[in-house]
Each structure stands twice: as structure tokens, then as C-alpha cells.
Design a binder for this molecule. Sequence first.
Ligand SMILES: [Fe+2]
Length: 355
Amino acid sequence: MRISLNNIERSGVSMRHENGLNTAAVLHGNFQRENAPSRPYKLIHISDPHLSRQYYREHIKSLKLLLRSILDAGCDHLVITGDIVSTADPDDYYLARELFASYGLLHSGKLTVVPGNHDIFGGPHRAVEVLSFPQHIRSVDYYRRMELFKEAFAECFDGAEGLIPGRQFPFVKKAGPFEILGLNSIAPWSLWDNPLGSNGVLDDEQFSALENLGTEKNPEAVRVVALHHHFNNLHDDAVQNSLWHKIESRTMRMKKRRKTIRLLGALKVSLVLHGHIHRNEIYSRNNLTFACGAGAVCDDPNRFLKYNEILHADSDTRISMVTLAYPYQVSSVGVSQHRFRSVRSIPQFATGGAG
Ligand SMILES: [Fe+2]
């Protein structure tokens, strides 16, 4: 069943653009048992914290502040869609582990993670590395790095059902009223197709496994996809034809986007959570709702901490983008309780049943 777009509301800080920052959406679905009691369930989404002892120590502090604020406001389950670390350094994986554990998040019931390209390949962080990185990346053992990622966050995969024997992705995990599909969108290195490791794709095995999954596994659940790569385009006209746009189209793309979106539509996915482009945004493609959370702690020009909140209560699920009135990279301590929100409506697939 497809629910039409309606009831647009907006409030809070000014919008960057129609599909831009500080938006939220109300999702109406019939995914709940009639007369079943329920309590509100809050899924939180962030992405791309890029933890690095060597290069981005400020991100460590920012993520701590963000997590403190998220937990203070209430969080049943946290989804992080990749680039947890920036250089693929295993020591930074363990920094992240310690940090999540210190907030009581390092277990499957509380935290879902999927890999980003920086978790597997790292990236250039100094000017000199821009030249050496294309050579360095050839020596990266993609499959070994993927194993290290899985080992580092092993507790987060407990109880998740893998859809391909012997592989971690894709997996299905229940989180309250949500069914999370965790996907690996990190494409292996290729001189022509993925020279910097930053392009994404769902490989054929994952496609087949998802096609076989169908729509009736957890028919009353709200189906949410978590993966790293993006489906949105740059909206700022000034950059549409810029060098950045050309670089993005060559080295920062989700390949087979249309085919992937068609698959997710057929699977009656309600919401796709992703990262990769360092900004927060809620947008629609082909009546699917997407939320990017990659501006959580870094690179956004307004330099405020952000997260996406997906709240399920009674028979409604609402997604909103929350911008804290607290900038990162400041020296003061404590987290402001002030939050900006605004709302817009989007279509949703109700889950369950074929057709
Ligand atoms: Fe990133």
C-alpha cells in the first residue's frame, strides 16, 4: 500500500532548500496490530563521525557530545551508516568500541553499524597523500579489512540474520517495531570503476539475497535500510558544474542507483538511512524516503551537531532532523538542551504482503 504525500508542516530554523536541512517527515502506516499496546520507540541515525586519533581528534569530542545529547533525549536504538573511522586504522576501530561501550551502546539491541569506504580503505588526509593514496589503496586487502570491521563491532551483529551464508551482509535485524536491513555498499577497488575506493555498489549476491527476501518476513515491521552510499544529488546550482561535481560523478557515486531504488521499492522499504555526502538531508526518490546523516559531526558549513530521529508511536512513524544548538570544535563543556526541528511529509510503503 502506498501512502500519498500530505500535511506539510515546517517550523524551526530556516530551510536550506526544499529537501534540505532541518526537515522531518511523518510516515503513516498500518504496520501495527489493531488494539495492540505500544510504547514510543526511538531510532536514531548518525553517520560519518570519521574518528581519528591522528587527524580528527575534534571529531572524538564532537561524537561524545552528540551521543550524550542523543542519550539524554532518549534513544532505543542507534544506527551508524559508516565512516565510523577515517583512516581504517584498527586502533581507531577500538577507540570507537571503547566510546560506544562507555555509553552502553556496544550491543546488538542498541547499535547497528554498516561500513563506510573510510572504514575499509581510509582516505587521503594531507595534501601529500592526495598523490600517494591512489597507489596506497592498491595494497589494501578489501576482504581482510571487512573482517576487521566485523570483528571490531562483533557485538553489534549478534542476533542479526545474515542473508548469505558465510557473509555478514546483507543482514536483517529487528529493533522494536523496525526491521533493519544492513547492506554493504562498499565497492572493491578497481582502477577504472573505483580508483579511490569511494564509489559504492550493491554486488550481485546482495541483490539476489534481497530479491529472495521478499516482503513477508516481518509483515508488521517498518522496514528500514542502512547503507553508506547516497542516492541524492548536489542541489546547489553553483556546484552543479563545478570541479567537485565532476569529481563526485567519477569517484563518489552509488552505482546502479536506479536499479537499487527499484529493488528497495519492491521490498517495500519505508526509509533508507545513509551517509557519505557530509551533510544532513531528508529527501525522496521514486516515492522512497531517504535520510542522510553524514553531517552529524563534521564538515557541514553551519558546524552544528545533528542527528536524524525516527519515532514510532501508536500507528505513526515520524522522522525528523534534529540540529543541536551546540557547535562542534568549541572548548566549553556541557550540551545545550535546545534543539531545532521542522517537519515535512513524505510517502511511505506500508510493509507486508506482496504486490
Ligand atoms: Fe565520510
